[in-house]
Write a protein that binds this ligand. Sequence first.
Ligand code: NAP
Length: 326
Amino acid sequence: MKAIRIYQTGGADVLQYEDVEKPTPGNGQVLVKVAAASVNFADTMVRRGTYPFMPPLPAIPGLECSGLVEAVGDEVTRVRPGQPVALLGEKCYAQYVLADAASVTPLPEGLDLDEAAAVIVNYATAYHMLHTMAQVQPGQTILVHAAAGGVGTAVIQLAKEAGAKVIGLTSSREKVAYTVQQGIDYIINYRTDDVVKRIMEITYNRGVDLVLNSVAGDTFARDLEVLAPFGNLIWFGFAAGPPEGNLAEQLATHFGKSVGIRTFVIYTVAQSAPDLMAQSLERLFAHLADKKIRPHVHERMPLSEAARAHELLESGAVMGKLILKP
Ligand SMILES: NC(=O)c1ccc[n+]([C@@H]2O[C@H](COP(=O)([O-])OP(=O)(O)OC[C@H]3O[C@@H](n4cnc5c(N)ncnc54)[C@H](OP(=O)(O)O)[C@@H]3O)[C@@H](O)[C@H]2O)c1
């Protein structure tokens, strides 16, 4: 079968499209014929060697995909050959992928498999930050960084469904227009606008109840400034690199507001609360079938063009999700 493999970390040219052996399912395993493999920002970090949870090299990247069950190993009763599924796993940049049966979610018949591939990481991340972590309430105000991205799109749709007001940050006119189409309440271009001033105007000087920050870099000081009393900042990514400055000092400046900073990783849910993960995915795929959520596929590309996909995602030009087709 064909797959993308990396032998060393580096630029997009380390992604090699090559022949690898097709795996066979063992006990409790499922072999899936991949229909759509998602491109996540985390894949670009693995490729660069900056991901906190690096796989051993050589490695086939890819954390999630959708497809049809090709074969099952002994003792697998959860799915049967021919069934459409999505999975959170590893080595998904390939024509076939092997997964533990427990990490495979059966899909309702008739779903668009490209859209299904875009749900697990982005929508489950948005869902668990909003509901499991923040227990967001109708009427609350949320600030989301990278609002036009894959997770950003999911946050807009799920936060609106929960009755919250969403303020987004992004970097271009095109992305501003995209987030408005997605139903965002307010969108701020952080390259051209005074972010703190705009947020305080929008919230009548109260600030926001929740910040969802996937960027880090120099952004925490500003986030803490716009947090309302009792507000929380959830930090879930490093798009602009590790946090800069002295976090304890930044927190001390806003000590009187009783605010919190928390981290979030979707694997905590998948590994420490698998039942909760399974319930949320069932709910999200039912929402997809009912068209209550609509993942946006920015572009579908052949698997062989994984390098172009990474360059595009790292350039910041992607709205929604990139999908690789084996
Ligand atoms: N913790 C978790 O479980 C989890 C799960 C999923 C994703 N994530 C994280 O969430 C983030 C979003 O993931 P995604 O796959 O949906 O990607 P994405 O948001 O579609 O792409 C990254 C976006 O980050 C913004 N950005 C800001 N500073 C940047 C910089 N210096 N370099 C590149 N991009 C920058 C850009 O949007 P603007 O131009 O609008 O600023 C860019 O489009 C990533 O950081 C990812 O690692 C974490």
